[in-house]
Structure formats: structure tokens, C-alpha cells
Design a protein around this ligand. Structure first.
Ligand SMILES: [Zn+2]
Length: 261
């Protein structure tokens, strides 16, 4: 039950507008999403959608940051929840009554010591290289047991080169049922706008999502003890930065979430 309680979530990253230096600090995705939500609210939400909105609001999600997009709920401009997975979770909770309410939501990966990453055939070498640099950074983190390796078969996580109909650079899945998020999708439409340092930042960020890292500059998720409330150098901020390694806060978070034995 505990496994099934985890939600299938995706996290999106970075608006294409941020490619242009002038707009770097401007998050254009936020107002778009709010408008979308208001439109949904004033229009005709299906019964299923209303149930989902109420359910997530009860869970502490900010209803102003929720918006439907096809089979997914977009949250905070940057994270996605599958409607199918949400419906399953809601059904389970109905069956379980109050029992599940006493449990802490568990979003982490059970075993991070050998996370196998595979590239789809069409992922360009510039993104493979960026991913490998990010992987090396994770693998050399002090005090953390997180270890990724690149494989060609039996992968846990697949890196895809997709047509994403969003302005975001990439999308990483969050863990589900103790397993890492199974996909990181790079958006072919906008990926050309990022330089090599930004590509590493993006891949480190997205791989972090696959093991349950949430956004440092967000109120969403559980604050990791021992880290500052804000951290401009964090790789897990929502805006694309230039890769300069993990911040000290990132290291504290990763080593406390996944300590070395
Ligand atoms: Zn993100």
C-alpha cells in the first residue's frame, strides 16, 4: 500500500524564455498556468477533475497552482501528476479509510546505490556528455550513497529526446513506489538554446528529480533538515543556472536523504 501511495509525478524545468539572458529572471510559465487554472475553474470542470482538485487541496497543494493539461495535472508551473495515478491513489485511500492518513508520504528511492541510466538512440552526444558529467558529480558526492551508471539494457531511468509541447527544457519523473523516476525527457524544441554548462545543470537537476529532489526555491515538498530556506547556488532551483557543481546545501540534502552506509 505504501508503495502505491506514492504519486506519479513529473517535474518540468525551465522556461524557454530564459534562454535569452534578458529574460533570465522572469518566470513566464507561472502566469500562464494561473490563467489556465482560472479558465478551468470558470469553465466546466468534469466531476473527476473537481474530485482531483479537492483531493490535492486537502493534501496541502495550493489550488491556484493546479491546472489540468490532458491526462496530467500541472503543479506550480513545474511538476506533473498523472491523472490515472491520482485516481488510483484516491481509490486506495477510500478503501483504507483513515489508516493511510497516519502515514508519511514517502517519495524517496529504496536503493540508490546502482541506478542504471540508458540513453535512447537519438539522444545527441552533447546531452549524453552533459548527463555523464552530472552522473560523475553525483557519484563523487561525499557522504552520499547515490550512484548512477550508464547502461544499454535493464535500465532504471531512460533519457529521452522528445517533442514536448511546453516551453520547458526538460522533464524528470519523480520516484514512484520506491523506484526512481523512470524517465528524463529532453525537449527537442528548445534544447538548442542551452550551452554546455547549462546542459549539465539541467541533467543534474533532472536526475535529482528521479531520486526525489524537489525544488529548493519552492514551498512544495518537505524541507530537508540542515539546509537553508533559500540557496541561490542550488542545482535544484527552478531556473536554469550554469553548472558549477552542487551547492553545499545540495550536498547536505543528498547525503542526509541517502547517507553512505
Ligand atoms: Zn525541476
Amino acid at each position: 500500500m505504501r508503495l502505491l501511495k506514492s504519486m506519479l509525478m513529473y517535474s518540468l524545468l525551465f522556461s524557454a524564455s530564459m534562454i535569452a539572458q534578458d529574460y533570465f529572471s522572469e518566470d513566464v510559465s507561472q502566469p500562464e498556468l494561473k490563467d489556465g487554472f482560472l479558465e478551468d475553474r470558470s469553465g466546466n470542470l468534469s466531476f473527476e477533475q473537481i474530485e482531483i482538485l479537492d483531493y490535492l487541496t486537502d493534501k496541502g497543494y495550493d489550488p491556484d497552482q493546479l491546472h489540468f493539461d490532458g491526462g496530467e495535472v500541472v503543479y506550480e508551473g513545474d511538476m506533473r501528476l498523472s491523472v490515472v495515478a491520482l485516481n488510483l491513489e484516491m481509490k486506495l485511500e477510500k478503501c483504507q479509510g483513515d489508516i493511510l492518513k497516519q502515514r508519511k508520504h514517502d517519495n524517496l528511492v529504496t536503493d540508490v546505490e546502482n541506478l542504471k541510466v540508458k540513453f535512447d538512440w537519438d539522444v545527441p552526444s552533447r546531452w549524453r556528455e552533459a548527463t555523464e558529467t552530472a552522473i560523475n558529480a553525483f557519484n563523487s558526492l561525499e557522504g552520499s550513497s547515490v550512484h548512477f551508471s550508464v547502461v544499454t539494457t535493464e535500465q532504471d531511468i531512460t533519457i529521452k529526446f522528445d517533442h514536448l509541447w511546453t516551453t520547458n527544457a526538460a522533464l524528470g519523473e519523480l520516484p514512484l513506489g520506491g523506484s526512481p523516476g523512470s524517465r528524463v525527457r529532453i525537449n527537442r524544441f528548445v534544447e538548442g538554446g542551452f550551452n554546455s554548462n547549462q546542459r549539465v545543470y539541467i541533467m543534474a537537476h533532472e536526475l535529482g528529480h528521479t531520486i526525489g529532489m524537489r525544488h529548493t526555491d519552492s514551498q512544495d515538498g518537505v524541507h530537508v533538515e540542515g539546509t537553508e530556506a533559500t540557496d541561490d547556488y542550488s542545482v535544484f532551483n527552478t531556473k536554469v543556472g550554469s553548472w558549477n557543481g552542487f551547492s553545499s546545501g545540495d550536498v547536505i540534502a543528498l547525503s542526509s536523504m541517502y547517507p553512505q552506509d
